[in-house]
Design a protein around this ligand. Structure first.
Ligand code: G6P
Length: 460
């Protein structure tokens, strides 16, 4: 028999995400991790004192505890305006200006969200995260008979991809509903004082939210950058912030290393890196976490990949990718370690049904939950990969809810700051991403790049 019913809700505030590093000890000495503990503590303190590299970008550290009820209410009110007017809301942004929102929305949404009829919440779609002409053309076609609005997000306000998409979508919206109505369906989230988006939003009179100067894009999910789209999608941003605030408190420097998950994760991955494990693969066994891994990849990749150093961040969806990358992970070059994101309790129950003929041979599972099979796949994979020379870190989330995602977000952010300092880099800048932009502007002959244009032409 197949059933699908919500499981008993436990009192979520009593639970906490967990970290288990037992399966790295055949690859790194416990004593090395213990030795690293003091360093992690020191760098955690450095973060809080603001005495390390990139210290003008530490606004994210106290975001959860400093967001006020009034801030949250203002965001919820704006979300309500968009929810009441729009069947579809387009979130325009790239990198840190869309990944946080998308990661949370995908983790909490029905897997077939966009196919649901009688919707309570607008459909959220994304733009400005690529320059695909077909993508934007097909988006315009999709929006043609929908009432839609736009949240335009750019910290710098000058990023080409979202600016281009916004210009096109703004035109479509104005043509459809008129300039005045369009203004009430567009929200801008950008820098406090600079940037083209700021100027445009002021001139047009869009509702505007400011991304604090001291919060970098990839650390901005707990500002309106993430919170507004998440609220528009119908999720509880107060719980998300509460979860993050819990983790803010529980990863503070005064929390001993033995209980401080951020310090433990930061040390463990750096010890593995020193042992030649140059690639960290974030593996989930729940497809809803695919975009959480995308957010994580930017967080760690942009924070640590510099000065010719840094772990390469990769991600896989299991068991899907066990049937593609599983071979490489099991037997390829031994330069990897795996961090598994495991969800303890799915929201629904489906039991394996009985089949009289049993031609597929699955009757031995009758009455078992599908999640039981998934958990055995997870355990079997963990053991196989450790046997194959892949150290394993496990992070368990009690369930996919706003509260635990809030915990997880802050945990990864805090660990990232500490980890970057252990590695010896400034985790809060991203000088390398300018190189492609400079070439693109030179190739496009953007005003101000005339000389570069001439130079780059010679190389073609
Ligand atoms: O929010 P924006 O200023 O538009 O930036 C969007 C993204 O693009 C930049 O190139 C940076 O590498 C990212 O850190 C940033 O999140």
């Amino acid at each position: 028999m197949v059933t699908s019913k919500p499981i008993n809700k436990f009192r979520e505030m009593e639970k906490v995400i967990s970290l288990n590093v037992d399966k790295v000890f055949s690859f790194v000495n416990k004593s090395d991790i213990q030795a690293g503990a003091a360093l992690a503590k020191q760098y955690n303190e450095t973060l809080h004192k603001g005495s390390g590299k990139g210290s003008d970008f530490l606004g994210w550290l106290n975001l959860p505890s400093s967001i006020t009820d009034a801030d949250l209410k203002d965001i919820a009110d704006t979300a309500q305006v968009l929810r009441s007017k729009c069947e579809v809301v387009v979130v325009v942004g790239i990198g840190g200006s869309y990944l946080g929102a998308k990661s949370v929305i995908e983790a909490l949404s029905n897997s077939f969200d966009w196919l649901q009829k009688d919707r309570k919440n607008p459909v959220i779609v994304y733009a400005g995260q690529n320059i695909g002409e077909d993508y934007v053309s097909e988006l315009i076609a999709y929006l043609a008979d929908k009432s839609f609005g736009i949240i335009n997000i750019s910290k710098s306000g000058t990023t080409t991809e979202p600016a281009l998409s916004f210009r096109i979508l703004k035109g479509e919206l104005e043509r459809k509903v008129g300039k005045e109505e369009a203004k009430s369906r567009i929200v801008a989230i950008t820098d406090a004082a600079r940037g083209a988006l700021h100027t445009l939003a002021r001139k047009e009179g869009y509702k505007m939210y400011v991304i604090p100067d001291n919060v970098g894009g990839r650390f901005s999910v707990l500002t309106p950058v993430g919170l507004l789209p998440i609220a528009v999608a119908g999720f509880d941003i107060q719980k998300l912030v509460q979860g993050a605030a819990f983790m803010e408190k529980n990863t503070a420097p005064d929390v001993p290393f033995e209980k401080n998950l951020a310090e433990q994760y930061a040390v463990t991955r750096n010890e593995l890196y020193k042992k030649g494990k140059k690639i960290e693969i974030l593996a989930n066994f729940n497809p809803k976490l695919h975009f959480f891994a995308e957010w994580w990849k930017q967080l760690y990749g942009e924070s640590e990949g510099k000065e010719n150093k840094g772990i390469f961040n990769a991600a896989v969806d299991f068991t899907t990718d066990l049937h593609s990358m599983g071979q490489w992970i099991q037997e390829g070059e031994r330069s990897i370690f795996e961090t598994v994101l495991s969800v303890a309790n799915p929201a629904n129950t489906v039991l394996v049904p009985k089949d009289e003929e049993d031609l597929d041979g699955l009757n031995f599972l009758v009455g078992k939950r599908v999640d039981f099979v998934n958990k055995m796949a997870e355990l079997g994979t963990q053991l196989a990969h450790v046997d194959g020379g892949v150290p394993n870190i496990k992070i368990e989330i009690p369930e996919l809810s706003e509260y635990y995602l809030g915990q997880l977000i802050y945990f990864f952010e805090k660990a990232c700051g500490i980890s970057g300092y252990i590695l010896g880099v400034n985790p809060f800048d991203q000088p390398g991403v300018e190189a492609y932009k400079k070439n693109m502007f030179a190739l496009l002959n953007k005003p101000g790049f005339e000389k570069d244009h001439e130079e780059i032409q010679k190389r073609l």
